[in-house]
Design a protein around this ligand. Structure first.
Ligand code: BDR
Ligand code: CA
Length: 304
């Protein structure tokens, strides 16, 4: 049986790549897509989610997220280009988000599909709001998976590093960590070790239209963790966990948010017993690339 999932995302180049490949993953069933304010403002990220669904003819409901973090102002980034997809451009969208805001749509979807996994690839604002308003929904969620923090930091082996998704809405992260839900943390580090290099970016163009799209987006991806010529795969590591969890090794941890110069940092302590927090500590990089290229190979746009 396919795993029912809700994906919450702020495209964002690595979000767009992760989303497109997950459209073609045989083991997951995307019930709902939610937009988050993060890499860019909520109007742009929502348009990008709608556009990607249109481009791949995916009839999945899209719900618009909250316009800013729970208790702070939104600070976006310029890493993903003006419209979030590098130099890739499109002429508007023909579809609209559903009437319900993302957190209400999540609540509704969980009533319809109890046992759903929620994957968050941006700040945790929407899912925090869901759990603030409907705390009992943790009983309907199989697990909350999020891409956030850095492994060395989470294991307290490095100086405090404010990873984007956590530092943009640390109060939301705190609320989610304290909710009692089962949580799986995929730290950001994997995405900058499993990067797509310059040669791969060139080769992508000849695979199919999707490969061409990825290479156009990657050309303008100024991620900051790898050089300007290479592209990090952060959010694709999180979807890889959903699609093929055996690619990762985990430790059970006790996780919390600490504040450093006003910015939220995710830290944790490895526990000798089972907890409701699983932290990915290792990834099979070759297996990840096989999965990435395998999904890309079948991710053809309808006009190919
Ligand atoms: C995270 O920040 C964003 O820029 C990416 O989309 C990813 O979700 C990496 O720190
Ligand atoms: Ca993201």
């Amino acid at each position: 049986m396919k795993t029912p999932v809700i994906i919450d995302t702020d495209p964002g180049i690595d979000d767009a790549v992760a989303l497109i490949t997950s459209f073609f993953a045989p083991t997951i069933d995307i019930k709902l897509l939610c937009s988050t304010a993060g890499n860019l403002g909520i109007d742009v990220t929502t348009q990008n989610v709608l556009h990607l669904c249109e481009l791949y003819e995916k009839n999945i409901p899209v719900a618009k997220g909250l316009p800013h973090p729970l208790r702070r102002e939104l600070i976006t980034t310029n890493r993903h280009g003006k419209n979030g997809l590098g130099t890739y451009e499109y002429d508007g969208v023909n579809t609209t988000p559903i009437e319900l805001p993302a957190f209400e749509a999540m609540h509704y979807a969980l009533q319809l599909y109890p046992g759903t996994t929620i994957l968050v690839m941006g700040p945790l604002t929407n899912v925090a709001k869901l759990l603030e308003v409907y705390p009992d929904d943790i009983n309907k969620i199989k697990e909350i998976v999020f891409m956030g923090g850095t492994k060395d930091n989470v294991l307290q082996q490095d100086k405090p590093y404010p990873e984007f998704n956590i530092s943009r809405d640390p109060e939301a992260c705190e609320l989610v960590l304290n909710s009692g839900a089962n949580i799986t943390i995929i730290p950001m580090d994997f995405g900058h070790y499993a990067y797509i290099d310059e040669e791969e970016i060139k080769r992508l163009r000849s695979i199919n239209e999707t490969g061409k799209l990825f290479s156009i987006m990657y050309e303008e991806y100024k991620d900051g963790h790898v050089t300007d010529e290479n592209a990090a795969t952060h959010d694709s590591c999180a979807t890889a966990y959903l699609i093929e969890p055996t690619l990762f090794k985990f430790e059970y941890v006790k996780a919390s948010v600490q504040f450093f110069e006003g910015k939220g940092i995710l830290v944790s302590e490895v526990m000798p017993c089972t907890t409701n927090f699983k932290l990915a500590i290792d990834m099979d990089y070759d297996g990840f690339k096989n999965l990435y290229y395998g999904l890309l190979g079948i991710a053809k746009t309808p006009d190919e």
